[in-house]
Unconditional design. Structure first.
Length: 114
């Protein structure tokens, strides 16, 4: 079955950086799009970034120029490099596979402090 395991979250000061990783298994990673979503307290889950099998990317306006999504097909891993973090980037970050009906990881907490 599909498994997605996120890592790399934590507590960081505003202006700092974090890199999230999502290790995938149970499907052919290289031919499927992958995405990162986040959910802040009291808010709906929102798309942060998506990368397709060819490496094309799209970002939420709120993170453009600060976040970079990438993938390593040899390692079945998708990354989210987050720079210039802001307080409003705080939330639980989820990895999503677009294989078949879609699958989610368990999430990793990112907390940005002032």
């Amino acid at each position: 079955q599909v498994q997605l395991v996120e890592s790399g979250g934590g507590l960081v000061q505003a202006g700092g950086s974090l890199r999230l990783s999502c290790a995938a298994s149970g499907f052919i990673f290289s031919i499927n799009a992958m995405g990162w979503y986040r959910q802040a307290p009291g808010k709906q889950r929102e798309l942060v970034a998506i990368i397709n099998s060819g490496g094309s990317t799209n970002y939420a306006d709120s993170v453009k120029g600060r976040f970079t999504i990438s993938r390593d097909n040899a390692k079945n891993t998708v990354y989210l490099q987050m720079n210039s973090l802001k307080l409003e980037d705080t939330g639980v970050y989820y990895c999503k596979s677009y294989f078949r009906q879609g699958s989610w990881g368990q999430g990793t907490q990112v907390t940005v402090s002032s």
